[in-house]
Design a protein around this ligand. Structure first.
Ligand code: C6P
Length: 412
């Protein structure tokens, strides 16, 4: 446990690693509170990508020449780092995708669609991001299966008893978000996985907002699938991971066809490549994954325990400071939360609020956060959302609160 002074100096040290934070926006020093949408990148990630482009760039798995070997080593080295980062049993279980969205679509089309039919069910929760709703709706349209939804309460806490009551022999898969991007709720995925497994139901965890904030051990979780995005964990955009248990990946058909996912092709028959390449058709985002490997090194260097502790402390501070504002309605007040606070301020439309804050150099996200069912539940068109990362500090929160006060005065 870090003392308060240590926490403050640690956050300031980490902040120095992120060049984008050291600029003025609209004449004011930038306060970046939109890391749940996309986190900033530390110098080590930016430099690794630049070095790769300067010296090592070539296509992977294809060439006999030196640069292709170097590119392949860097790219596959990143896979080893990611496998270690989530404690996968094997690098074959780490499929590179363009992000969480593609990872979930892969599972929907390759794992679920061939099994699903009328009368089957896919169980998700009311707090899912569209990326963990729409791919299942597509499967339902394609197969006649039904999407069912576990409820949450007014604090944004999942009703796990209701979820367990929905688990029956027709449920083919449970899809659950680890940390809600709109509410910040941390779901008890360990319990959900245990209960689902007791009924032999596989579980996909949407870890887009989990991975940047807490240590993930997929073997301890024992989930069948865990999906996450590189750009929310300080890596480049266009990178992501589908972790899946090897036996499942072995049995699943390819998601896309093309180069690299084959061993042999003739017009009569194609033999697919071994794992994980069977699921990686075409030239991948090589430099992006090389950068993601550097992001893993960075996060491990800081330590996920430290990250969780810094953010927990700052979230408490932010929630307390926001609560001081007249007419504020906090959306998402579950006991177990991470990194995100959504809110509505009086009658001010969230987009107006976002614009007024931007004029003061404060970046937040506004709108439905790709979680429209959450907005429907709270009967709001959208919210303002401030999201934290390891580089934020109390000054950022104070600047947020004073910018909100300015907005209130403008609308008074
Ligand atoms: N949430 C946010 O501002 P992609 O776009 O594939 O990298 O991630 C999709 C996704 C899936 N699940 C959760 C829980 C997410 O938060 C996101 C992305 C961003 O909240 C952009 S909408």
């Amino acid at each position: 446990m870090l003392a308060e002074e240590q926490r403050i100096s640690m956050a300031d040290r980490l902040r120095a690693d992120f060049p984008a934070l050291h600029q003025s926006v609209n004449g004011r020093p930038l306060v970046y509170l939109d890391s749940a949408a996309s986190a900033q990148q530390p110098s080590c990630v930016i430099d690794t990508v630049a070095e790769y482009a300067r010296h090592d760039h070539a296509n992977v798995h294809r060439g006999v020449h030196t640069l292709s070997h170097r590119a392949t080593d860097a790219y596959e080295g990143a896979r080893d780092k990611l496998a270690g980062f989530i404690n996968a049993n094997s690098r074959r279980e780490v499929v590179f995708t363009s992000g969480t969205t593609e990872a979930i679509n892969l599972v929907a089309q390759s794992f679920l669609r061939p099994k699903a039919g009328p009368g089957d069910k896919i169980l998700i929760t009311h707090m899912e991001h569209h990326a963990n709703i729409v791919p299942w709706q597509l499967v339902c349209e394609q197969t006649g299966a039904e999407l069912i939804v576990a409820p949450m309460d007014d604090s944004g806490t999942l009703d796990t008893d209701a979820l367990y009551a929905l688990l029956d022999e027709r449920v083919l898969l449970v899809g659950v978000v680890h940390v809600s991007n709109a509410l910040g709720t941390i779901n008890p995925v360990e319990d959900i996985i245990r209960e689902a497994h007791a009924r032999e139901i596989p579980v996909l965890v949407d870890g887009a907002q989990g991975v940047p904030h807490k240590a993930i051990d997929v073997q301890a979780l024992d989930c069948e699938f865990y999906a996450f995005s590189g750009h929310k964990m300080f890596g480049p955009t266009g990178t992501g991971v589908l972790y899946a248990k090897e036996a499942l990946l072995d049995a699943m058909p390819p998601y896309q066809g093309g180069g690299d996912m084959i061993l042999e092709v003739s017009f009569d028959k194609t033999v697919y490549n071994e794992l994980p390449y069977k699921f990686e058709a075409g030239t991948p985002n090589i430099s992006g994954f090389v950068g993601l490997g550097a992001a893993v090194d960075y996060l491990l260097g800081v330590g996920l325990e430290t990250v969780s502790e810094l953010e927990k402390d700052l979230l408490e501070y932010m929630t307390a400071r926001l609560s001081e504002l007249d007419g504020i309605r906090l959306i998402g007040t579950a006991d177990n939360k991470a990194s995100v606070q959504s809110f509505i301020l009086g009658d001010i439309h969230s987009h107006d609020l976002g614009t007024i804050l931007d004029h003061q150099g404060v970046a937040i996200r506004t709108g439905h956060h790709c979680a429209m069912p959450v907005m429907q539940f709270f009967d709001v068109p959208g919210t303002a959302r401030a999201s934290l990362a390891l580089y934020n500090n109390r000054d950022d929160v104070d600047r947020l609160v004073s910018a909100l006060t300015v907005a209130q005065e403008m609308f008074a």
